[in-house]
Design a protein around this ligand. Structure first.
Ligand code: PMP
Length: 281
């Protein structure tokens, strides 16, 4: 196992970042997670473009081309060139005396690592999800490393024997703690618009494109908590979640057996087909 840190590829025990790093002090940074599957890094360009956009949103001056360039050497050093793996990337504003305002002229801190990680072509889970209040801030479109709201919601799910938490803001379901959420009603797919209250997932965008390819109508609007019982199907999307059927959401049971809704299943199958293509660029 190796870690890329600020220009070097080293062993984890030698991968060091200052305690004055703004990521450590303020959570002042952006992260990205992507997976290498059978045909290379799945939607690599989309992930790196999102990282670049996010860095721009918070005024970190760093070009992700360097990350792209360092990825191959990192995978090689980690013996993962040909393997399925998960790639974690984090860029923070850098190291400086603790002061809220952005320090000028310091280099960003960059860290990434890859770990062996296998993903079945179709997520076999029948997810059970709880509903949790979405008390996060109003810039959830930023893929910030500050994830307290997300981890608290996810912990509530895991500690109550569920798989995920769906977040509710002002009576509306926004997204999962680390996923986007979709519903299906009368053959139409419904998902929260990509505004400042959700992270616009790469997998969300892929799912929307697959709907378009399959001729499945889509409406981007928030679904109210009290509409759940009227929905036919629901699923989560995410880089490691792919497309996961939801069996139970809050008190509402979609299926109490291993059934998967028709549209969810179609999307899972189309998603599995995508993995056979070269999507890195
Ligand atoms: N929403 C949140 C809050 C997330 O953390 C994630 C995963 N990082 C997603 C949605 C899904 O995004 P993606 O499909 O790009 O993994």
């Amino acid at each position: 196992e190796k870690v890329y840190v600020n220009g070097e590829i080293v062993s984890p025990e030698n991968a060091k970042i200052s305690v004055f790093d703004r990521g450590f002090l303020f959570g002042d940074g952006i992260y990205e997670v992507m997976v290498q599957l059978e045909n290379g890094v799945f939607y690599k360009k989309a992930h790196l473009d999102r990282l670049q956009d996010n860095l721009k949103k918070i005024g970190i001056d760093y070009n992700v081309k360097e990350i792209d360039k360092q990825l191959k050497p990192l995978l090689k050093a980690s013996d993962l060139t040909e393997s399925s793996c998960l790639i974690y990337i984090q860029v923070t504003r850098g190291t400086a005396p603790r002061k809220h305002s952005y320090p000028k002229g310091i280099p960003a801190s960059v860290m990434m690592y890859a770990l062996p990680y296998s993903l079945p072509a179709v997520n076999p889970k029948h997810m059970k999800a709880i509903l949790e209040p979405d008390f996060r801030w109003h810039r959830c479109d930023i893929k910030s490393i500050s994830l307290l709201g997300n981890i608290m919601a996810n912990e509530a799910a895991i500690s109550s024997d569920s798989d995920e938490a769906a977040l509710v803001r002002d009576g509306m379901i926004s997204e999962g703690s680390h996923t986007n959420i979709f519903f299906v009603k009368n053959g139409t797919v419904i998902t929260h618009p990509a505004d400042k209250h959700i992270l616009n997932g790469i997998t969300r965008m892929i799912a929307l494109k697959l709907c378009d390819d399959l001729g499945i109508p889509v409406i981007e609007r928030p679904v109210a908590e009290n509409e759940i019982e009227h929905m036919d199907e629901a699923f989560f999307t995410g880089t490691t979640t792919q497309v996961a059927s939801i069996a139970q959401l809050g008190d509402h049971i979609f299926y109490n057996n291993d059934q998967v809704g028709d549209i969810t299943k179609k999307l899972q199958e189309s998603f599995a087909q995508l993995r056979k293509k070269d999507t890195a660029n």
